[in-house]
Ligand binder design. Structure first.
Ligand code: SAH
Ligand code: SF4
Length: 364
């Protein structure tokens, strides 16, 4: 392990403290953050607006260590997936999904997940550890680089990654501090400068952490609901036993309160014969009646040895129609990157082989 401090872990405020301790001016933080995040620089020599002596000083005590790309895969539909190597044999996945007017990067916040949702391959893998800020923001750094982002191209800062969602592996609210710091870097104008509406934290409903998040951040929120009643949600999303529907929906309402334009994205995975009936849809309309929301129906992405099946297209349309008639804004998410296993809940691949737990994924 290197004893140098990895500057990729720092928000701009952290960086200011770091420079103050070195006896340097605070604006150095702006410069270094800009070099790292806007210009994709990972060595001090390239930072030409720092004096040679400062660069040498930094070289002695600090480093910019980004995650190492093990595998870089592109799907026929333009979706991109990276397998990133962490220490001690751990790896994580990051997915880029290009659409007409935006490019969304789906990032991981933990290696594995402790919450054991029964339809999620990450949940079946178990929890390994939290990612550091460097490992979370490093996914954005690596993706920008691999996608060939050039901040000065055509004289304007066109972004390739316009949106970032915490919908990869792990529960971001159980890695709270690092998630909040990563958000800070994403929205910082000296770093990625994304608007808060373009950064989404997705949670299965860790209520106390959600209430804390409201105190420190106002990025967009997605709730993995997946069931319209406690009995079923207890099975699909076991953390529901601790924080049942009324508590979690109350916390979501609280999170967006104060701005009538905000809505919570409700994620609902479509599982054949489990949560996809017309009765479930009607129940969902009732449950969401007072929650400013838009619903995303996600066709289930199967993984080896799962007990679940994806709902038929007809069942999804029938379900969607009930929601729309009930007054809910509803979208059905297209499955992307199927050929490279980059879809929601499939972010596991080779990681599984390494941990030798549970599933045995065959990527051939
Ligand atoms: N832990 C957070 C964020 C990561 S999961 C959360 O649960 O919200 C990101 C999204 O992928 C969640 O909505 C999750 O429910 C969904 N998902 C998990 N497994 C899936 C699968 N096999 N098919 C489709 N969506 C899945
Ligand atoms: Fe964890 Fe989210 Fe998967 Fe549930 S759906 S096991 S919270 S990653």
């Amino acid at each position: 392990m290197s004893s140098k401090v990895n500057l990729l872990n720092f928000t701009r405020a952290d960086m200011e403290v770091f420079f103050a301790e070195m006896g340097e001016k605070a604006f150095r933080a702006n410069q270094v953050i800009q070099w790292m995040h806007q210009y994709g620089v990972d060595n001090f020599d390239a930072m030409t607006n720092l004096s040679k002596s400062l660069r040498a000083k930094l070289e002695d005590v600090a480093e910019i260590r980004t995650p190492e790309v093990l595998i870089d895969q592109a799907s026929v539909d333009g979706t991109h997936k990276w397998l990133l190597k962490l220490d001690s044999g751990n790896s994580i996945e990051t997915v880029f999904i290009p659409e007409k007017n935006r490019g969304t990067l789906c990032i991981s916040s933990q290696v594995g997940c402790a919450l054991e949702c029964s339809f999620c391959s990450t949940g079946q893998q178990g929890f390994n550890r939290n990612l550091t800020v460097a490992e979370i923001i490093g996914q954005v750094w690596v993706a920008n680089k691999a996608l060939g982002w050039d901040p000065m191209a055509n004289g304007k800062r066109e972004r390739i990654i316009s949106n970032v969602v915490f919908m990869g592996m792990g529960e971001p609210l159980l890695n709270f501090d690092c998630t909040v710091k990563t958000i800070e870097i994403l929205v910082d104008d000296f770093a990625y400068g994304l608007s808060k509406r373009r950064v989404t934290v997705s949670t299965s409903g860790v209520v106390p952490a959600l209430l804390r998040l409201k105190e420190v951040s106002d990025v967009a929120l997605a709730l993995s609901l997946h069931a319209p009643n406690d009995e079923l949600r207890d099975v699909l999303v076991p953390i529901n036993k601790k924080y049942p529907l009324d508590k979690v929906l109350g916390a979501c309402k609280d999170y967006i309160s104060g701005d009538t334009r905000r809505k919570v994205t409700i994620e609902y995975v479509m599982l054949e014969g489990v949560n996809d009936s017309v009765a479930h849809a009607r129940q969902l309309v009732k449950v969401l009646k007072d929650v400013p929301s838009k619903v995303n129906l996600i066709p289930f992405n199967p993984f080896p040895k799962t007990q679940y099946k994806r709902s038929s297209d007809e069942a999804i349309v029938r379900f969607r129609d009930v929601l729309i008639k009930g007054g809910l804004i509803t979208l059905t998410r297209r499955t992307r990157g199927d050929d490279i296993d980059a879809a929601c809940g499939q972010l596991v691949g080779i990681v599984m082989d390494k941990t030798k737990r549970g599933l045995n994924v065959d990527n051939s």
